[in-house]
Design a binder for this molecule. Sequence first.
Ligand code: FES
Ligand SMILES: [Fe+2]
Length: 442
Amino acid sequence: MGALQAEHFRKIREAMDRGLLPQWVLTDPDVWALEQERVFPRTWQFLGHESEVPVPGAFVTRWMVHDPVLVVRGEDGEIRAFLNACPHRGTLLCTADAGTQAAFTCPYHGWTFDAQGALIGVALAHQVWGTELCRAEWGLKPIPRLERYQGLLFGTLDPAAPPLVEYLGAMTWYLDLLVGRSGGMEVWGPPHRWVVAGNWKLLYENFTGDPYHVQSTHRSTVELGITPQRVVRGWQVVLPHGHGINVTQYLEVPERPYQRTPEALWPRFREHLNPVQEELLRRAAVLVGGIFPTLSFVSPLHGTGEDLYNFLNLRVWRPLAPDRVEVWSWCLVDRAAPEAYKRAAYKAYVDSFGPSGTLEQDDTEMWARVMQASRGWMVRDKTLNYNNVINYLMGFGRVEPDPTFPGPGTAYPGFVDAVSRSTHRFWLHLLTDGAEEGSGEA
Ligand code: FES
Ligand SMILES: [Fe+2]
């Protein structure tokens, strides 16, 4: 447990009970060490989308925090995920981001593995090896569990983790709406990657539980008329296991419904969604949320004037250190959309949430500022002598769930910090190895 004592966990819980969070949990090295042991390996983490590995031999390399992962489609059509390391002496095996090849050869001593992970080639096999090497025992090591939902691939390092659909809980209803609405999506372009200053929890909750920041952080986009302003109704939905989503809708069904997607897709929405989901999408402006711990998503409208486009941006907050995150960002589009729309939607993604996108730049600056103000002693002192807590009080003990919200989960109307508060509970539950209550339910 390192240097974290029961009293520190008690202080965190007591702060949470009052709608607060000690700011030192953003930078504390002992918290970070424990997160690597108890939070990331035990939860489901996003690895990619099946459209990224479309044919046998197609692969992508990914990271589950510090574990390198090779996701590859075998000759049999199955998608598998392996530790991207040669089992001989533990060398990082594949250094390409993506590609298609029948086999992977380790540069160190030349062992070769096929797309199913089997060891198929051993250098100087007959001169220097005999019966001591059983090839069947030295294939690539699979990631303990790989499961998918709506084409989204998730892995976990915990062989005893609950099934993915159980972990996602009611988030599946929203993933059906976001990813399954037209019968399937595809990744457009390779994922962007960049490194930012920030704590992963802060970045996760910026997307998952903080619509409040938009009016200030992204004010310029509103003033320039590049984000829609006629959003009149919103809910924040608390889901199990630290997941959450914010739904904003137009009060009236807009002239161009379904997030201004091309009309050719609308019959597909009616086909693939139930009537409640379809009605929600018909009025939807922005859907933004997250799957704990490191995946966030946003399905916005972006463009200029009437020229607004919709895309689904998925992003993994890969923590490198308590104050550094490598952002991985995918643009997904409806597979059935016209090619011209896909291209325009991708451009809207790059303009907004790509690494140099307007909204991205705004957020990056704020996250760096939180880190700049989190390194001093007044923040890091764990006694809480300096009242070094941050504020998640919005709606606390005041705003009640709205029973009229049509989707599953506990939906609070307007702006609240309910998702962040429930995320913190689940995080503490994992951090304390289950000693602290926190299913993440509202
Ligand atoms: S470490 Fe890979 S072949 Fe030796
Ligand atoms: Fe933002």
